[in-house]
Design a protein around this ligand. Sequence first.
Ligand SMILES: Cc1cc2nc3c(=O)[nH]c(=O)nc-3n(C[C@H](O)[C@H](O)[C@H](O)COP(=O)(O)OP(=O)(O)OC[C@H]3O[C@@H](n4cnc5c(N)ncnc54)[C@H](O)[C@@H]3O)c2cc1C
Length: 530
Amino acid sequence: MVIVGGGFGGVFTAKHLRSRVGGDVHIELISRNNFFVFQPLLPEVAGGNIHPADAVSPLRLLLPGVSVRVAEVRKIDVASKTVHVTADRDREITVVPYDQLVVALGQVVDLSRTPGLADRALVMKDVLDAFQIRNQVLGCLEEADTTADPRRKRRLLTFVVVGGGFTGVETLGEMQELIRKSLRHYPRIRTDEVRTVLIQHGPRILPELSEHLSDYAATVLRRRGIEIMLNTGVDKVTPTSVETAGGLAIDAETIVAAIGNAPSPLMRSLPVPLDHGRIVVDRCLRVRGLDDVWALGDNAHIPLGDPNDAKTTYAPPLAQFAFREAKVLADNIAAHLDGRPMTAFEYRSLGTMAALGGRMGVADILGVRITGFLAWAAWRLFYLSLLPGLSTRVRVAVDWVLDLFVSRSIVEIRPSHPGSGHIRVVSGDIVIEPGVEPAGVYIVVSGSFELTVPAPAADDAASQSRRLGPGDRFGLSLDAQPPAAPERVRACEDSTAYFIDKGDLKRLAMVAALVERQRRKLASTQAEGA
Ligand SMILES: Cc1cc2nc3c(=O)[nH]c(=O)nc-3n(C[C@H](O)[C@H](O)[C@H](O)COP(=O)(O)OP(=O)(O)OC[C@H]3O[C@@H](n4cnc5c(N)ncnc54)[C@H](O)[C@@H]3O)c2cc1C
């Protein structure tokens, strides 16, 4: 039996299956990481409240008796009953045969509908995403504490989250808490200089909750200084700002996209019925038309009643559903193999909860509405009980207790020098100072820069200037040599450049030399042939 995907659906199916079928049945779980991510805790990782390693559990420890293969699923061939995978360090395709296949690959983030969003925004899907958001927040505080440019400071201290669902609200709540708790270490930043903005397309945040609870959540967040923009779409994201459909531009260094959940592109290549990119399964979680393929979790379209009835609702993409689906699916595979009747998936959500940061929350448990500290405590207890593995539970509980008594860490972990990538600057920013050797090559992507070679005797009239536009470059030469004369480069307008760092430049030069040698060899072979 092969299970693809090591998230809620995959892991709990493997766990239940192992206890349902005999030891002679081989169960293999294939996933791209060797750990299981407990996604509901990610906002707390972004807030620096939980250590990133504590929000994940190693698959091999979680799943005794299950063979774990860490690999990327490239293709599923239902005709030959095989899964084609590549391991990280080995690009070779390995073909894994199956008798029964469970598809639990979750969803991906697709931000392509909003121009510029994918280039600028941080997302919230994986543990590294959450850790990156935490580092970004702390990095902005560090730079805002030292910059002398008021416009840059304002931009560094503006944090925008797009999407007012559970992920967006919980993430911004935790980011705001991290900022609030850290500010006393940054004496040059005043509380009123920090701006946190939540942009929500619909008329209220947390639309999955009752109006009363979502209004309560909005009031709590607003009281903590978070601006909530309702009925607001994002038109585009520029190198420096978020532009709303209403024509408002918010200058922000940090943009988090808590929107854009989309089906994995792999689904489209499967010869199975899809609904909005999700695999259509029957009530027993078996893929329609196939006897040996099953699906659950975020990548499955699961009817909660008769699929022929137009009023039937479908399982939402939530961990608590995937968790229950896994048990039914494992039972049904065992029943199918034994020739017993299978059971239909039925689940009524026990409730919905959201943590708002600052020890406040909202919860609707079995129709009972709870708000404030009690809801926050219920949220924590519920998710602590769902966490797989005793050691993970203990570590998370210790993190939570520590947060009550000691201050959050403000260690910003980042590479010692910036790697290659886009840099965004605002009009007037100095990118290169005379006398300071550039760290690499800059290629102008958009906007314009002015390159000035100052005269040796500070004689402004004798200094030479030229304007650089898209496609032009400045900084080191392509063979990583510093410019012949000292240069100053200043952005003439809000602009973007692609920065290639010195190390990458050397590697690129090596590749270029190889390509050139190959080209010459080919040309001489062709000449000989002629
Ligand atoms: C920030 C955040 C907060 C959330 N909070 C809550 C909450 O409070 N309550 C709640 O009920 N739900 C919450 N959810 C939703 C919940 O986490 C999902 O519904 C749940 O994880 C779905 O489980 P899954 O197994 O379908 O997918 P996932 O848990 O996403 O697992 C998919 C797995 O497949 C692997 N994978 C994907 N593609 C490949 C490939 N090509 N090759 C190999 N492996 C692959 C992934 O690495 C991953 O291990 C939250 C989600 C997020 C992102």
